[in-house]
Design a protein around this ligand. Sequence first.
Ligand code: NAD
Length: 400
Amino acid sequence: MAERKKVLVLGAGYAGLQTVSKLQKQLSEEEAQITLINKNDYHYESTWLHEASAGTISYEDLLYPVESVLKSHVNFVRAEVTKIDRNAKKVETTNGVFDFDILVVALGFESETFGINGMKEYAFQIENVHTAREISRHIEDKFANYAASKEKNDKDLAILVGGAGFTGVEFLGELTDRVPELSSKYGVDQSKVKITCVEAAPKMLPMFSDELVNHAVSYLEERGVEFKVGTPIVAANEKGFVVKVNDEEQQLEANTVVWAAGVRGSQLMEKSFEGVKRGRIVTNQDLTIDGYDDIFVIGDVSAFIPEGEERPLPTTAQIAMQQGEHTAKNIKHILNGEPTENFKYVDRGTVCSLGSRDGVGVVYGREITGKKAAFMKRVIDTRAVFKIGGMGLAFKKGKF
Ligand code: NAD
């Protein structure tokens, strides 16, 4: 019998876990040895981080054990990847060295502060389960402190959010749900709470029409959010953000400061491959990389440029999951000695939530707002859980 091929998958985010979820159904134990390596023993729904960060859901709601969705013939290793040696076909980790015949790199995103002074030290990042937990606790602590102290410090009730991309806007939406709850819990006058979002570009959410953007802005402004667009943040310090207005620097002050203005692929990408920009590498049409037809790079560490286009697809969970499914299919092709297939992204749409009751989006080419968008967002979130863990997980974690 031919020796079993070793398939090694790095990362149990949407892309990696979807790959393994499909692979384990397609390949028997005799056909391949599948190993999944992840730094945590849990998967977390990174598209729900804005909710856990605002405290509208618990950080525990984001998690489930990786092994709960794995079949017994998949080997799971909890370890941090420290080096990928693509030529020696070896991956070094904090828990041993693993060799591979086929590698899937799906190491996910990190927060990107673009080297802005003080940002890492003084601002929270919406980056992972730990930071989400820290942010929601910090916000609540500030309300509690305001309520308990004699000299009321208004900055305890001031929240600064950097960036009005999807993450920033979805986080603001959750804050407009959370603030009334916190105000009532701590007996705080809600009109004293000041939420300010600072965005460098003149227009927020540029992928959406003016109608959708106006809906989002009005919804959030009516609930107390102030937007400062066309206002780059140039530094962060113990007081808050330093922004540039008409070439002059201004200090914005708040006791809660959150940076939601950028992501990049894992730092390990630059260390392991050539031609990597902001942690992302341009892939071939079948999701392998140049010169390595046994290495697939998918999810937020990949930059996939559809044939005939110039710009890579953005980094979204929907794309990561489709790439995971496609990669599983291509691995099966390789093991069967067949040619791989090119990846074709099917865009089902995008929804940006505005808390649990509203949203804006485009679904199958149609623009939606309000309750319909909020409902669609719950469908999208539940579908993602179902695609990886089936009905059982959807009942446990889905948003019904
Ligand atoms: P982003 O890069 O899309 O948006 C960051 C925003 O911050 C931009 O508007 C940018 O102009 C602004 N910014 C950058 N530097 C700044 C500065 N110095 N001062 C002020 N503003 C500054 O990042 P994101 O929102 O985290 O999204 C990352 C990716 O994830 C995107 O591809 C997005 O589509 C995807 N995403 C999708 C969803 C969804 O589908 N609902 C949700 C979250 C994220």
